[in-house]
Design a protein. Structure first.
Length: 122
């Protein structure tokens, strides 16, 4: 036995055959997305926003400002946008998963009815 090398007698030895020595296996592949977005692309997102001084839920145009690890997409809007629980987003940026059905290329989907929300004033 060479000094500095430990051998576990309970570990079975793996024999490599010449045919399997040079093979490379692809275990995973990148998931396919409907759209490939880049920073600066115009998009539409389905969210709560202001339209004609009323709060509505519908499609609004925005711009991609950041993409994180091909998983998250940051979209900035010119008008006020709101979180689901009603809070206004001060920097006008919402994050979406890249494969979200709430993000699309402008004009690529059918028109959906705009849902008006009544905001109660305290």
């Amino acid at each position: 036995m060479k000094p500095g090398k430990l051998i576990n007698p309970t570990t079975p030895k793996i024999k490599r055959t010449p045919s399997s020595a040079g093979k490379t296996y692809a275990f995973m592949k990148k998931p396919a997305n409907k759209f490939d977005f880049e920073v600066g692309d115009p998009i539409e997102a389905f969210c709560d926003h202001d339209k004609n001084n009323e709060r509505v839920r519908g499609w609004i145009k925005g711009t991609v400002v950041q993409i994180e690890n091909n998983k998250l997409l940051a979209v900035q809007f010119k008008s006020n946008v709101y979180l689901t629980d009603g809070w206004m987003v001060p920097d006008h940026i919402l994050w979406f998963p890249v494969g979200s059905d709430q993000v699309r290329i402008p004009g690529s989907g059918k028109k959906m009815p705009v849902i008006k929300k009544i905001v109660e004033e305290d």
